[in-house]
Design a binder for this molecule. Structure first.
Ligand code: SF4
Ligand code: SF4
Length: 348
């Protein structure tokens, strides 16, 4: 597996890392087997978070006895020093290690949060104290908002930046990535498959491999997925004309605004599964109609009708999506599709 220098951390990190969100959906046994397979394939940069429920513990079990092989990254949403200390302690326990290689301040996506993080009494100072104490080797930050991310890089207080980067949301390439290079900040591409919106792994991975100094952390939940992605990264990297055509078709098909399924808009006071409603069209392509129009989407659409119009979700969406309007359009679209489906059944 090819390695790159991850900015000023100086760490030699494999280009392909492991995103630790999806293993939450697996059984204990399957998740541990997946982590072990990653290590065997050279995917030894593992990223997780305090907020990803079982992920840290499962990764910890997968790397047991192999600490020296791995570069461990985790993160915390804490915004007070006491909470951050508690999160770090818990991460070390769950992972079963004495230190983590990269500790990231998680989801700093507005200027107020960035200012609070940077405050002399804020969580960055706590993370820096943990670094001095040897609990953390390097400190990074993650964000979904490009202007906040740029400002964070310019402070020269962070060694890495994790930001969404894929061919559907490629804006990091314009200014953020060059800025990271100038400040020697390592760049980690989150959501390389656009949060599951891109099904063609080859196009998605090849697009990112055009950038020689970034690490990608696809979230994977099946051994065959990681094997496929490792094979793609080891094969020819140039994008063919067919790849470019497919990329353009997908960009066109999804439009300028789409839901990244990050769920930062939650919790919704009406318990609406917002990301499921917003991305219902992608399920229609992947599920048999009996399932799609059966127990999968209708309950979510029914819930969506209970929206109170409070707007709280829009305040939290890092992509500034007009969620209420999009939900309402999705409901109309779904009812239309359901009518067509019932019409077909009736004719059969
Ligand atoms: S506007 Fe609707 S969807 Fe958004 S948080 Fe409020 S109730 Fe939930
Ligand atoms: S609506 Fe916004 S915050 Fe919610 S899942 Fe989609 S992209 Fe994320």
């Amino acid at each position: 597996m090819e390695r790159i220098r991850l900015g000023r951390t100086g760490m030699a990190v494999p280009r392909l890392g492991f995103g630790g969100i999806p293993i939450q959906r697996l059984s204990d046994e399957d998740s541990v087997a997946l982590v072990k397979r990653c290590l065997d394939l050279g995917v030894t940069f593992l990223d997780t978070a305090n907020a990803y429920s079982t992920s840290e513990e499962r990764i910890g079990r997968g790397i047991a006895g192999r600490r020296q092989e791995v570069i461990l990254a985790t993160k915390s949403l804490a915004r007070t020093p006491g909470d951050l200390e508690g999160h770090l302690k818990l991460s070390l326990e769950r992972l079963g290690v004495d230190y983590v290689d990269l500790y990231q301040l998680h989801g700093v996506s507005d200027f107020k949060s960035l200012d609070a993080v940077l405050d002399p009494n804020g969580v960055l100072a706590t993370a820096e104290a943990a670094k001095k104490a040897g609990l953390v080797r390097h400190i990074g930050i993650t964000s979904h908002q490009i202007d906040v991310a740029k400002k964070a890089v310019q402070t020269d207080r962070f060694e890495t930046m994790m930001f969404p980067f894929n061919f559907l949301t490629p804006e990091a390439a314009d200014e953020l990535l060059p800025l990271c290079r100038r400040h020697d900040v390592g760049f980690i591409a989150m959501k390389p498959m656009a949060g599951g919106m891109v099904e063609n792994a080859s196009v998605a991975i090849k697009f990112l491999l055009q950038f020689p100094d970034i690490v990608l952390i696809p979230g994977m939940e099946r051994i065959r997925e990681i094997e496929e992605i490792v094979a793609i990264s080891g094969g020819p990297r140039e994008m063919t004309e067919a790849d470019v055509r497919e990329m353009e078709a997908m960009r066109k098909g999804l439009g300028a605004t789409f839901c990244h399924r990050c769920d930062y808009c939650q919790p919704c006071s009406a318990q609406i599964p917002i990301s499921l409603v917003m991305t219902a069209k992608s399920f229609q392509k992947r599920l048999p109609p009996e399932r799609f129009f059966g127990d999968m989407i209708p309950p979510a659409i029914k819930k969506a009708a209970e929206c109170t119009d409070c707007g709280d979700c829009e305040e939290r969406c890092p992509y500034n999506l007009p969620i209420r309007q999009m939900i309402s359009e999705q409901c109309e679209w779904f009812e239309e599709e359901r009518r067509k489906y019932e019409g077909k059944i009736g004719c059969a």
